[in-house]
Design a protein around this ligand. Structure first.
Ligand SMILES: [Zn+2]
Length: 156
């Protein structure tokens, strides 16, 4: 049996949950792993869920991203904020390390800014481009489950 954390062959490998992900770990990793907990302490529904997950992805990241969404008028918002700052498209592009044409596309609404760029734009322009998505909790739960399901398929 091979330990999924350190890769070492060990007969004493046991199932343990690391940050909610079920892995086979050698006794050393179980002992020293900060987040490793014996699988018996994990609720049954979580256990069933984690056994089919790839261990590289952290589920909590996906949930966090689900809660915020790009505002609907992002292109206007960016354009207005840029002008308020007295920046040209070139100037803004230079500051956040993007090409002028990319800024133009975003301001025209032709390009949805990727997450990385959203953070830079928010910082540079002092605006907020993300809003909390208000959904009924059961709704979000179902939606998240589907997303994770798709995610698992593509990981394999
Ligand atoms: Zn190990």
């Amino acid at each position: 049996m091979q330990c999924e954390l350190c890769g070492r062959d060990s007969k004493g490998c046991r199932e343990a949950a690391v940050e909610g992900v079920n892995m086979m770990l050698c006794p050393d990793c179980i002992k020293h792993g900060e987040n490793a907990v014996p699988i018996s302490k994990t609720p049954a529904n979580v256990k069933r869920f984690v056994t089919q997950r790839a261990h590289k992805a952290a589920p909590k990241d996906i949930y966090r991203n689900m809660e915020k969404e790009l505002v609907s008028d992002w292109s206007e918002l960016i354009k207005k904020a840029r002008k308020k700052k007295g920046l040209s498209r070139e100037g803004l592009g230079f500051k956040i390390g993007e090409r002028t044409v990319t800024i133009s596309k975003i301001e025209n609404g032709d390009l949805r800014p990727p997450d990385k760029m959203i953070a830079k734009l928010e910082k540079e322009l002092g605006i907020s481009l993300l809003e909390e998505v208000k959904k009924v909790s059961t709704d979000r739960h179902i939606h998240a489950g589907m997303t994770l399901g798709d995610f698992i398929k593509t990981e394999k």
